[in-house]
Design a protein around this ligand. Structure first.
Ligand code: FES
Length: 108
């Protein structure tokens, strides 16, 4: 594991998120209430790109079938909805984030 700079603080304002590929890992970095969090960017259900999903508070919704993940922990809080039925899927990985100066660094 090592800390890798992914962005500058000003690149991800409060309430916004951005996807990155870091050391071969697909990562979603989110600014939730002024704190930065990083979780896996590829949906655990069927590979949807969470960076193209919808961020509401601390929950990101996958654009494909609506799975919801807590961006502060990676925990799946609602599974995909297919044919009107909610199914189950796994949690996202969560990565440690450190802000040094105006540099956002993720431990990958
Ligand atoms: S790929 Fe994300 S909910 Fe299906």
């Amino acid at each position: 594991m090592s800390l890798v700079e992914v962005a500058k603080v000003e690149e991800i304002p409060v309430g916004k998120m951005k996807g990155f590929t870091v050391a071969g890992k697909e990562i979603l970095v989110v600014n939730y209430q002024g704190n930065f969090y990083a979780i896996g960017k590829v949906c655990t259900h069927a590979g949807g790109d969470l960076s193209k999903g919808k961020l509401e508070g601390n929950v990101v919704t996958c654009p494909k079938h609506g799975s919801k993940f807590d961006v502060t922990t990676g925990k799946n809080v609602a599974g995909p909805r297919i044919a009107f039925i909610r199914r189950k899927t796994g949690n996202e990985s969560a990565y440690e984030v450190k802000v040094e100066g105006n540099s956002i660094r993720v431990n990958v």
